[in-house]
Design a protein around this ligand. Sequence first.
Ligand SMILES: NC(=O)c1ccc[n+]([C@@H]2O[C@H](COP(=O)([O-])OP(=O)(O)OC[C@H]3O[C@@H](n4cnc5c(N)ncnc54)[C@H](OP(=O)(O)O)[C@@H]3O)[C@@H](O)[C@H]2O)c1
Length: 297
Amino acid sequence: MSEQQFGFHSTAEEVSAGVDLRGKTWLVTGVNSGIGKESARVLALRGARVIGAARTAAKAEETFRELGIEGTPLACELSDLASVRAAVNQVHERGDALDGILANAGIMALPNLAQVHGIELQFFTNHIGHFVLTTGLLERLGAGGRVVVVSSGAHRYAGPLGLELENISGSEDYHPWRMYGRSKLANILFARSLASRFATDGSKRTAFSLHPGVIATNLTRHIEDAAALMAPMKATMKSIEQGAATSVYVATHAGLEGLSGQYFSDCAVAKTLAQGTDDALAEELWRTTERLVAELT
Ligand SMILES: NC(=O)c1ccc[n+]([C@@H]2O[C@H](COP(=O)([O-])OP(=O)(O)OC[C@H]3O[C@@H](n4cnc5c(N)ncnc54)[C@H](OP(=O)(O)O)[C@@H]3O)[C@@H](O)[C@H]2O)c1
């Protein structure tokens, strides 16, 4: 099947038909729910060993039991730096060699400002937690390895103010969707920064970001009337099997090397907000995140 044949309706199983992942190891965050769970199921179906990260090891274990796969559970509460660092240490101590990291976990549209370590919670969970986890594990990611960051079309909700790096606490003029958008824009820029680092380290590693589509999952748990919000979108929504397709496609499809750093939707490269291709901003985000994390010891 050529890549042109994959699109909105494709499922994760369809886009990975014939792919052999035996001997490969993928770390998937948010493994216990929604599209992360389906992505893990299909990666395992294709032969990969899955390291499943969830807030607790018990949640990941339960998911593996439910899916009937033999994964390796990893406790990783992304909003708690100590937990993320412990997860990184655990992978190092086990000596796991990674072929890919699917940074999938996320939270959306918290109605009121919540902070952790003085940083707005969506930004911390969706971007900073994944930054610490991924950069902490880069030396375990082999040549040809991939990092896939699940962003969202909602990165556009960041609006004209964009990343607002000076308001990382979210304290000024908090808006649930704008802050979600900022965190998802950060996901896109993080993948770009990783891609440019990989391009010069001689490792042939790649990084991508993506929009999975609009899918009914637990992501809307913080929205008071989620059913009413989703109702007008019904015709353009994907099933969970379709929602995991772009993640699995980008994770497993051969021949994407020349597209490292790009943002995908419906299994194809897609356009982002102008800020999503701003490499200077991506670098500024990387440096700011590094500095913030270093201060949080
Ligand atoms: N569904 C959509 O329409 C849609 C659209 C665009 C983008 N996305 C993106 O797709 C990704 C997956 O979302 P989903 O729709 O599958 O939602 P979901 O069913 O709510 O899954 C989200 C996963 O992230 C985990 N998670 C949340 N906060 C965490 C934390 N602090 N530490 C560790 N894990 C945490 C959740 O764990 P718990 O279950 O323990 O909370 C869950 O496993 C997210 O990045 C989201 O932004 C989704």
